[in-house]
Design a protein around this ligand. Structure first.
Ligand code: ATP
Ligand code: MG
Length: 339
């Protein structure tokens, strides 16, 4: 394919739009989403429930439900300077792509293991379905990955899923996810439903794995402090659009979008207790008939006539920090005034 990407880009999403067809109309779940993921970096997708994070990540591996329709865009994937358009892969290429190149650990994935098969069998089956039949070699690789996720390798390899706790299953799934050395690993809420110490352990494990195995991560979490620890870059998703994109420190400490700012001030910290927090007023829009102009305007303290009429572009700002807002300057001023 004649597409060219900078050599350090693993994945580039361009103008991706997705609708879900429902009885009530078309849900515009993803609108004109563009971003690039560099080799070895971690990108966090943050945003409220229903903002479209899972939809974006399912599209990357073409696992969208049947009622979804991709209405625009391309998803380019690069390894060893070879570029593929994920949306054009045939079913055989797609199967290869899903484990060898881009693996996903799903939201609520603790039930992803087949309950009647030992963990060992699930590693072997995954390897075998990708043409890897040497069971001894699979075992060796699986044990080293289980060790890497800090499980007792021999015991877990020979266990049934129900013999493992939720956190252990989650870690075993991470090991399975990277069995075939993918270049990109998508983690959709990998720590939800786990206690805080187990969450911590999984984040440490992921950071270790990323250092040792050298893959890129797309990380979805409602826990912004975990996202901040994992991510190099952060994309804020609102009503199916990326409204802010930038380095983790820029987005978290110098946010340029009122929605990101609202998300951040909704997080309780030790110094600021819950009642001091300003949460974002209102609720996310109906994606069948989203607001005209900036989709965030009905909830935004800075909104004026322009915001009600025109949708702000994701305009380039200093140092590659982007935000789709007409009133970044006012946001920055208001932050200065509060300090
Ligand atoms: P959460 O944080 O709760 O996981 P999310 O950001 O991952 O949310 P998505 O699951 O991507 O959000 O959903 C985006 C929008 O698409 C929501 O409005 C949701 O109701 C809608 N949606 C998701 N799946 C379907 C589907 N299969 N059919 C119709 N609408 C859907
Ligand atoms: Mg989701």
């Amino acid at each position: 394919m004649s597409q060219n990407l900078p050599p350090d880009v693993a994945l580039k999403v361009d103008d991706l739009s997705i609708v879900y067809r429902t009885d009530r109309g078309e849900v515009k779940a993803t609108a004109n989403v563009s971003f690039a993921l560099r080799s070895g970096e971690a990108m966090a997708l943050i945003g409220e429930s229903g903002s479209g994070k899972t939809t974006i990540s399912l599209a990357l591996i073409r696992k969208l439900p049947k009622n979804a329709l991709i209405t625009s865009g391309q998803i380019l994937y690069q390894r060893n300077q070879e570029v593929q358009d994920v949306l054009k892969l045939n079913s055989r290429q797609l199967r290869e792509f899903r484990w060898n190149e881009c693996a996903m650990v799903f939201q609520g994935a603790q039930n992803a293991f087949n309950p009647v098969l030992k963990i060992r069998k699930q590693f072997e089956d995954t390897a075998q379905s990708h043409g890897w039949r040497d069971k001894a070699a699979v075992r060796e690789r699986a044990l080293s990955l289980l060790q890497l996720v800090r499980l007792d390798p021999e015991r877990v390899y020979d266990a049934y899923p129900h013999e493992l706790s939720g956190g252990m299953k989650q870690r075993a799934l991470l090991a399975l996810g990277v069995l075939l050395s993918p270049q990109v690993v998508i983690l959709d809420e990998p720590t939800t439903a786990l206690d805080i110490l187990t969450q911590r352990a999984i984040i440490d494990v992921l950071n270790d794995m990323r250092r040792q195995l050298d893959f890129s991560i797309i990380f979805i979490s409602h826990d912004l402090s975990l996202a901040a620890e994992m991510a190099d870059h952060v994309a804020t998703v609102y009503a199916g659009e990326i409204v802010e994109l930038g380095g983790v420190n820029d987005v978290f400490y110098q946010s340029l979008h009122p929605y990101t700012q609202g998300l951040l001030t909704s997080v309780p910290t030790l110094e600021h207790t819950q009642d001091l927090l300003q949460s974002i007023p209102g609720s996310p829009p109906n994606l069948i008939t989203p607001p005209v102009g900036c989709k965030f305007h009905p909830r935004c303290a800075f909104a004026d006539d322009v915001c009600m009429e025109d949708s702000p572009p994701l305009a380039v700002d200093v140092g590659g920090h982007l935000a789709a807002c007409w009133h970044k300057d006012r946001l920055i001023e208001s932050r200065k005034a509060r300090v």
